[in-house]
Design a protein around this ligand. Structure first.
Ligand SMILES: [Zn+2]
Length: 262
């Protein structure tokens, strides 16, 4: 109780301290959505960024050096997910690992009952419920910040997974306040997930990345990318999904999105 009060007080102090000018310049230059936010949202975001950068550790991998541009470009995109609601700043996450470009991992996957295939795949980001860390490719982060309407954003995707873990399971359900909200969420996600799977199997083009057909956790992460990057299209084509995300995030990205109509 006292600890949490101290934490809250420390965070409040961090949020209200003057934002470093050189950081602001970098954000204005590299994070395209930032200039489209309302003045009050920009101020709230900068406050969250100060807490985020004070609490998370960054590590460069593969010889990559973490410059200020890297810190603020990741923080600004991650903290967009925190606006307008009470937040504990991705509590399970301690360290963010950054590779210069994509990185290779050995992946073992089951292809038959007793058959496993091992292969080397390249990745742009990942995180896990018990990892305490999140991995990102700087190349993908930079691209995501520069193009806010292509439907893809590795930072939003991986940090959406962290929100999913806040209620202790990687099940595509973030922390929702009431039982009613949980039931409504479950009903919408179940039917939207099923239709993405069906579309994926029959090869019908979809607005949502079909990677979301993997499981409910990936479905949530992919939906969050679409919510912030293609809000008009998502609202038109998946109004119930849009409404659930809008209720959870307490945001309406249509208001600040650079996405064109149609
Ligand atoms: Zn994912």
């Amino acid at each position: 109780m006292i600890l949490s009060l101290l934490k809250q007080r420390r965070r409040k102090r961090l949020r209200t301290r003057p934002f470093p000018k050189q950081w602001l310049t970098l954000i204005q230059r590299h994070v395209v959505f930032f200039r489209r936010l309302s003045a009050s949202d920009r101020a709230e975001l900068l406050g969250h960024i100060q807490v985020f950068l004070a609490e998370k550790r960054f590590e460069g991998c593969g010889g990559f050096a973490i410059a200020d541009e890297v810190l603020v470009t990741i923080a600004a995109q991650a903290c967009l997910l925190l606006l307008h609601r009470r937040t504990d700043y991705f509590p399970g996450l301690l360290t963010i690992l950054v590779y210069p470009l994509s990185y290779m991992v050995e992946e073992k996957r089951q292809v038959g009952e007793h058959l496993w295939e091992e292969r080397t795949v390249s990745r742009l980001g990942e995180t896990g419920r018990r990892m305490g860390s999140l991995v990102l490719s700087w190349g993908a982060v930079k691209h995501g910040a520069a193009d806010p309407v292509d439907g893809k954003n590795v930072v939003l995707h991986e940090f959406a997974h962290q929100l999913d873990y806040e209620n202790h399971a990687a099940d595509g359900v973030p922390g929702l306040a009431t039982r009613e909200q949980q039931l409504a969420w479950a009903a919408v996600m179940k039917s939207e997930f099923a239709s993405l799977r069906a579309a994926d199997e029959s090869g019908i083009p979809t607005l949502l990345d079909t990677y979301g057909a993997t499981d409910p956790a990936e479905f949530f992460a992919v939906s969050v990318e679409a919510f912030f990057e293609r809000p008009r299209a998502l609202r038109a084509r998946h109004p119930k999904l849009y409404a659930e995300l809008q209720g959870y995030f307490q945001q309406d990205p249509v208001e600040f999105s650079a996405e064109q109509d149609g």
